[in-house]
Unconditional design. Sequence first.
Length: 195
Amino acid sequence: MDVGRDALGGAARDRARTIACAPCSGFHHAGFAYGGGFCTFNGLMVTATALLGGGARAIGILDCDMHYGDGTDDILRRLDLGERVRHFTAGAEYRRAEQAEGFLASLAERVRSMRDCDVILYQAGADPHVRDPLGGWLDDAQLQRRDEIVFRTARALDVPVAWNLAGGYQRDERGGIAPVLAIHAATARAAIAAL
């Protein structure tokens, strides 16, 4: 668990940087006493509890992976942290292409609801991409808008963002992960553009 805390927590603690990236993945399905999916530990909650223990008042978790962050919700319930951790998991509500524009239209308000948080932990999933075998509802332009909305809105609110990579299961014709890396690179470009 120190790896998750050091990678994401260190970035989240440094308010001198308004946007930071932890190039790690596999977080939101692990619960209080179990691993789940591809997630051994819940790095989002390890980071949130470390920050709260270090004096943070409130943490936002903006989970824009394809899948429901059930492990995060489990930990929030078990530790009774619902008042101090504001959690939004897109995968609980959004799964179909016809929902994409509604999701994007509501996203800035989701970020604004975290305006009083010390930091927003943004899980930028690659698996909502339309060609992902475990996803399939946002196209390239919509994923770009998602990231731009998150970073620009948080920047306007002066709330730092620590983002991590998340889900992405596409393969290229040689079996490599180039399509997933391209999505993560686009997220990085959106983060840089918002600085």
